[in-house]
Design a protein around this ligand. Structure first.
Ligand SMILES: [Fe+2]
Ligand SMILES: [Fe+2]
Length: 468
């Protein structure tokens, strides 16, 4: 930029969050104007009380935005390094920090914690296992059980994590929550064997959210557990590993998981999947949706928009967010992208028509032809369509246009047979999702389907009220 001698710019000085001393880096300038050479006291004008005061305010505001942006960038980079290490051996583990953050925040909301505490808990959730960066890969990725010595090493991750959060981000309150996320209510946890209310509330929440996600998510070494199993485990460990009041809140949340949430985009960092339709192909890109003070961006985990996409070829961009066991879809517009970051100019929520979430995944089978069947997990169901996903496998494209039959399983009851067509498909993580529209399926069959779902729901509620 060419600046003439009559132009006045006020420098804004950056203060890097790691730096103990004051830094003098110029991070931006505010353009004041072009003063005529005849004005003899430009600087005097600027130093006049009110203008000077305003400049200070702008500088403070700019600095705090800049610092929080820098902090988020560092946080994302660290999370990416951790997910790189974990994903070699356990691709599903990449989502773990995001799930823990989200479940923890939802528990906090149900406990009516204030907004600042909720934000702290969310960030602590994202960073709770960041200390694993210091643990040897061979131990983290070891197949089979750990030896006692190896377990002692892994246990150190909560203290290492607390140190990273404190030293790198300067977030002392959040560091405490990370440090105690493996303490147990009955005093048998680590690192300090704290008991009951000695453990900070945020850490007690993280501990439970950590276990719930570990049970509900598929891992390379295990299938996901169903909601009944999770509720059973929580009840077994009520007042032992977990705080009883947090257990009760979590069980209520699991039972209400079908309720739509309105503030999907309220968190600063959310894991999501971008589906980009171009004139040539469809890309399914995983990454983090981040929030600036003035908008959103999508940072791909392993994709370079600049080199792999031609802007003129983009037709539609959809973003899928999996939150509270629910799937949300948005259509995006983007004005520009650079390297692995896509800047978002607008969001449009696209509801999945005429369907509601069920509390648990129903098992089913999709008959592709007389010889081939696929196991499916149904998670949304409605009067005209349902949604299901298949783990790791994909339905071949030439079959997608066919009329297919689909069987829904109900334990101890008759299976229900539906016919229809796949009308939409997208990929989130390892799961391929499909929208199945019924064709030639009578109302009697649909009524039967709903009756079975509601009676299963009632059974589940009765089971819980009997125990609590
Ligand atoms: Fe942990
Ligand atoms: Fe964890």
């Amino acid at each position: 930029m060419n600046i003439s001698s009559s132009e006045v710019l006020i420098p804004i000085l950056g203060n890097y969050m790691n730096s103990k001393e004051d830094s003098t880096d110029v991070i931006a300038s505010i353009y004041i104007g072009n003063f005529s050479k005849n004005t003899n006291s430009t600087i005097d004008n600027i130093n006049q009380g009110e203008i000077y005061h305003r400049m200070c305010k702008i500088q403070n505001l700019y600095q705090s935005i800049y610092l929080s942006h820098q902090r988020e960038k560092t946080m994302l980079n660290l999370l990416n390094v951790l997910s790189e290490i974990v994903s070699d051996n356990d691709p599903c583990g990449v989502l773990h920090p995001y799930h823990v953050a989200n479940i923890s925040k939802e528990i906090g909301k149900a406990l009516r914690l204030d907004d600042i505490t909720l934000k702290q808990i969310y960030i602590a959730g994202l960073l709770h296992d960041i200390g694993k960066l210091y643990i040897d890969n061979s131990i983290l990725n070891k197949e089979g059980a750990l030896t006692e010595d190896e377990f002692e090493i892994v246990k150190k991750h909560s203290v290492y994590g607390a140190n990273i959060v404190k030293d790198v981000f300067g977030l002392d309150d959040i560091s405490v929550l990370v440090k105690y996320h493996h303490e147990r209510y009955d005093g048998t946890g680590y690192p300090n064997e704290l008991t009951g209310e000695q453990i900070p509330l945020g850490s007690r929440i993280l501990c439970l959210a950590d276990s719930v996600d570990a049970m509900l998510s598929p891992r390379i070494y295990k299938e996901p557990r169903n909601v009944e199993f999770v509720i059973g485990e929580l009840l077994k460990n009520r007042s032992k590993q977990f705080d009883a009041k947090i257990v009760d809140v979590m069980i209520n949340m699991l039972l209400k998981a079908n309720e739509e949430t309105t503030d999907i985009l309220s968190d600063t960092i959310i894991w999501s999947t971008l589906t980009m339709y171009t004139t040539k192909t469809v890309y399914s890109i995983e990454g983090t949706l981040g929030k600036y003070d003035f908008g959103y961006y999508f940072k791909a985990n392993k994709f370079n928009f600049s080199t792999e996409i031609n802007k003129d070829e983009i037709r539609t961009i959809n973003l899928y967010i999996n939150k509270n066991n629910n799937m949300y879809c948005y259509e995006l517009k983007s004005d520009y992208y650079e390297n692995n970051t896509l800047h978002i100019s607008s969001f449009d929520y696209i509801p999945f028509l005429d369907s509601f979430n069920i509390l648990w995944n129903l098992d089913g089978i999709l008959n592709l032809n007389s010889l081939e069947n696929l196991d499916i997990n149904i998670y949304k169901i409605g009067g005209s369509r349902l949604m299901f996903y298949i783990d790791k496998k994909q339905i071949k494209e030439d079959i997608i246009d066919n009329i297919l039959s689909l069987e829904v399983y109900f334990k101890g009851k008759e299976n229900i047979l539906l016919t229809g067509k796949i009308v939409n498909t997208f990929k989130v993580g390892n799961k391929n999702h499909y929208e199945f529209l019924y064709i030639n399926t009578s109302d009697v069959v649909i009524d039967h389907l709903f009756k079975n779902i509601f009676s299963k729901q009632m059974e589940l509620r009765r089971f819980i009220t009997k125990i609590i």
